[in-house]
Design a protein around this ligand. Structure first.
Ligand code: C2E
Ligand code: MG
Ligand code: MG
Ligand code: MG
Length: 286
């Protein structure tokens, strides 16, 4: 950060800012290169209901960097978003999702209720091309839109509510389903929640982390679950790591859970193996 805050901004040079900008440009160039060399892929993390049935999975992008190893999304998604590269990354993830669904179908290990979630960033959600982009890919692979769940965050619902609802309805009429990710961390107006055509709420991990604390996570998780139930929504807990956390959620009648307790996000081949050999899930949560 600059020390001469009061200075004339047009004439000062901030070496820290300069370094940051250089790093961003370098990263952007590296992302472009990496897209061309197929270094991005989706990992998959299962979601399991109270009966131990695998009801779906979330696709989470990873960058398999030749020098830096596996890179997590928080390190490159904001830059990809800023430099207009997010669409290419989304295509990679969506194609991997379609391949996964088709492979699961071919082994008869899923029914039509199984869906895979994809995280939609703000700029993608605003784009008028979103429906076309999603549709052309699933059509290419012969996947039903109803098997794709679009995860958006509360903050995306906070501006221009009417336009947002129109955009969502268009995607829903094509068959897609919406889920609100990281629920509880934004400032969505609860009175409007019922106006949005969503199917699912995902309780943010920060509340699950504190769920054993009566005054903190516990009350909030309970409130979100009753809110979800009263609106007829599916409620998912994310970031469930321990059996103790699961037990509390189970008593609250959570619909399904996602987290390291069940499995970490896995590359497609590992996920397929895990899915086809999932009998151990029952012992984990019963
Ligand atoms: P998210 O959508 O809320 O995803 C959940 C994050 O929690 C994932 O981190 C997942 O690996 C992590 N997680 C799940 N269970 C546990 C657990 O039990 N313990 C702990 N410590 N962590 C757990 P990840 O994969 O690093 O992704 C971070 C965020 O990056 C995502 O948060 C999402 O907002 C964004 N993201 C990931 N993939 C994509 C993508 O394909 N497109 C876009 N636009 N954003 C993405
Ligand atoms: Mg998500
Ligand atoms: Mg989340
Ligand atoms: Mg998140």
């Amino acid at each position: 950060r600059s020390k001469n805050k009061g200075g004339n901004s047009s004439s000062f040079y901030d070496p820290a800012l300069q370094t940051l900008l250089e790093k961003q440009t370098e990263l952007e160039t590296d992302i472009v290169r990496a897209i061309a060399s197929n270094e991005f892929c989706a990992y998959f993390q299962p979601q399991v209901n109270q009966l131990g049935k695998v009801v779906g999975a979330e696709a989470l992008i990873r960058w398999n960097h030749p020098k830096k190893g596996l890179i997590a999304p928080n390190e490159f998604i904001p830059i990809a978003e800023q430099y207009g590269l997010i669409q290419s990354l989304q295509n990679v993830v969506l194609r991997d999702i379609c391949k996964l669904i088709n492979e699961l179908k071919s082994t008869n290990t899923i029914d039509n209720s199984f869906s895979v979630s994809i995280n939609i960033s703000q700029s993608q959600f605003n784009s008028s091309n979103l429906k076309k982009e999603l549709f052309s890919t699933i059509k290419e692979f012969g996947v039903e839109a109803s098997q794709i769940k679009l995860e958006i965050t509360e903050s995306m619902l906070s501006s221009d509510i009417e336009h947002t609802i129109v955009q969502m309805k268009e995607l829903i009429s094509a068959g897609f389903v919406f889920s609100i990710d990281d629920f509880g961390t934004g400032y969505s107006c609860l009175t409007y929640l019922s106006a949005f055509p969503v199917k699912e709420l995902k309780i943010d991990k920060s509340f699950i982390d504190k769920i054993l604390d009566q005054a903190k996570g516990f009350s909030i998780a309970q409130t979100i679950i009753s809110l979800g139930k009263s609106l007829n929504l599916v409620v998912v807990a994310e970031g469930v790591e321990t059996a103790a956390q699961y037990e509390v959620l189970s008593k609250m009648n959570i619909d399904s859970i996602q987290g390291y307790l069940i499995a970490k996000p896995m590359p497609k081949a590992h996920y397929l193996k895990w899915h086809n050999d999932k009998s151990d899930v029952h012992s984990l949560i019963s």
